[in-house]
Design a protein. Structure first.
Length: 514
């Protein structure tokens, strides 16, 4: 038991002594600051004024033979002592009490003796004790207030970081704001975030940093500490001023959050706990964003495969219609023509009717084949294919339809040409069926590093939906298909519509510079 007690004392006494030494050192460091404060000099002036009054009253024997009144001058010292305690706590009240007692002692020994001297000495001791009690109470209240303020500031910082990270799925774009918030909220010298790439390519570590003016860039330190972390390890406290916290995901380390305190501060305790909490927030936000992107990529890959399967099936059906069905109908038409020359005159009219129906069916089959997959798109390119659709739509509109091509025309990748053709085809189909338009215009611009396709009409517009779900609920699946096709080839889709000014859809896709 004694051994355990000695071990306990050995473990606890040094920290206590260190804490006391830290308090004293802090008070000594604040002396120059106190010397510049008016309240400090007010305390000193009150002490000296009361001491002078005490000397005058004692030396002139103004109190006369009333021994009880001899305790009054010493009582006045409570005024500066309490004032110092309320303003500076223990570091103000205790020195002021000792200083006042030291100035009062010569009077006590010079002018009093016996019980009277003992009484004044007792009064001075009580004065010092009261100073300690008052100052301790003030220090406790000050500590609680500062702790409450610190907790409130930490909660505000955490809420700010949480709001910044939760407002978007593009978390990486918000990380600089998070780093700046930590730098200002914790009064640090520098803060940084190191992110592992999603592809885990070596040498592609991303660092986001912020530091106070005049402080060196922490990039080298950040990357060095990041490499020293191991998966599954907790915060790495490098020294009193530097720390790095890992961001651990389900499949390994996503990155690390580090900070370096100012020269007169430390990183352990509150700042370290807050950094750990923020690291968890960033970790969750990063993992959610990456999982969302992976899911989106999977959905896009699935949609791309479905679209490709549809196009392959359309191509197969188009070829069968063109090569088999249409050819059989052509053969049927020729046989009817041969039969026409061998039948009786009264049956010629019936044969002519059958020929007309057969030729109409041939045209319809060829049109269906062309709509499913026009061979002109593969043979002559995007412009020729769109011209064909514009010409067909122009026959259905009062003022027709026209195509405007600008820029240096060139062939594009097959999937891109097919996507733009389908968007133009669907847009013109909507103009023909739903807009009650009299005219439509298709603009095709070949830029240096992008291509733009727009389709506009002068018909009745509508109120565009704000998101994809609203488009689906409103039954505008054609617009949904156009938007998805544009995004599958890496483009942007824009829709503008007004009930009086018609509708315009535009697609802009980045391409490789020629």
């Amino acid at each position: 038991m004694k051994a355990e007690e000695r071990a306990f004392r050995r473990d606890t006494v040094p920290p206590v002594r260190a804490a006391r030494s830290s308090i004293v050192a802090g008070a000594v460091r604040r002396v120059p600051q106190r010397l510049r404060e008016r309240r400090f000099w007010v305390v000193q002036a009150l002490v000296l004024l009361i001491t002078a009054l005490h000397w005058v009253l004692e030396s002139t024997e103004a109190l006369g033979e009333h021994e009880a009144l001899s305790f009054v001058p010493v009582s006045f010292y409570f005024i500066p002592i309490v004032y110092a305690g309320l303003n500076f706590g223990m570091e103000g009240a205790l020195p002021t009490a000792l200083w006042s007692a030291a100035l009062a002692l010569p009077n006590v020994f010079a002018w009093h003796a016996g019980l009277q001297r003992f009484g004044e000495l007792l009064q001075l001791a009580i004065m010092v004790s009261i100073a300690i009690v008052v100052a301790r109470r003030v220090d406790e209240e000050t500590t609680q207030r500062r702790r409450a303020e610190k907790t409130s500031a930490d909660l505000k910082l955490l809420n700010e970081v949480g709001e910044t990270l939760s407002n978007t799925l593009e978390v990486e774009q918000q990380l600089p704001q998070v780093v700046r918030s930590l730098l200002l909220g914790l009064s640090l010298e520098s803060v940084w975030l190191c992110l592992e790439p999603e592809s885990h390519r070596p040498g592609s570590l991303t660092t986001v940093e912020a530091s106070t003016p005049g402080a060196p860039s922490p990039t080298d330190l950040a990357q060095d500490l990041h490499r020293r972390l191991e998966s599954g390890q907790g915060p790495l406290l490098v020294d009193d001023r530097s720390v790095v916290v890992p961001l651990l995901g389900e499949k390994g380390m996503l990155g690390s959050l580090g900070a370096k305190a100012a020269e007169d501060g430390g990183i352990a305790g509150g700042p370290l706990d807050l950094l750990t909490t923020v690291a968890r927030q960033v970790q969750v936000a990063l993992e959610n964003a990456r999982l969302y992107r992976q899911r989106q990529e999977s959905l896009q890959s699935y949609a791309r495969q479905v679209t490709q399967a549809q196009e392959d099936e359309r191509l197969r059906i188009a070829r069968e219609l063109h090569d088999e069905t249409a050819q059989e109908l052509v053969l049927l038409s020729r046989k009817l023509e041969q039969l026409k020359s061998r039948v009786a005159p009264d049956q010629v009219q019936d044969i002519d009717g059958l020929l007309t129906m057969t030729r109409g069916t041939i045209q319809a089959v060829r049109r269906y084949s062309r709509d499913l997959r026009p061979s002109v798109l593969d043979d002559l390119g995007l412009r020729a294919a769109i011209e064909m659709v514009v010409e067909d739509t122009g026959h259905q509109l009062l003022k027709g339809a026209r195509l405007q091509v600008t820029g240096r025309e060139r062939r594009l990748d097959g999937p891109l040409e097919l996507a733009l053709f389908r968007i133009a085809q669907e847009a013109l189909r909507n103009v023909e069926k739903h807009s009650a338009a009299t005219m439509a215009t298709v603009d095709l611009h070949f830029g240096g590093d992008e291509i733009t396709l727009s389709v506009a009409d002068d018909g009745h517009g509508f109120s565009p939906a704000t998101n994809m779900s609203d488009l689906i609920r409103s039954g505008r699946l054609g617009l949904v298909g156009m938007k998805e096709r544009a995004e599958l080839v890496g483009g942007t889709f824009e829709l503008r519509s007004d009930r009086e000014g018609g509708t315009r859809v535009a697609v802009r896709v980045k391409t490789v510079s020629p």
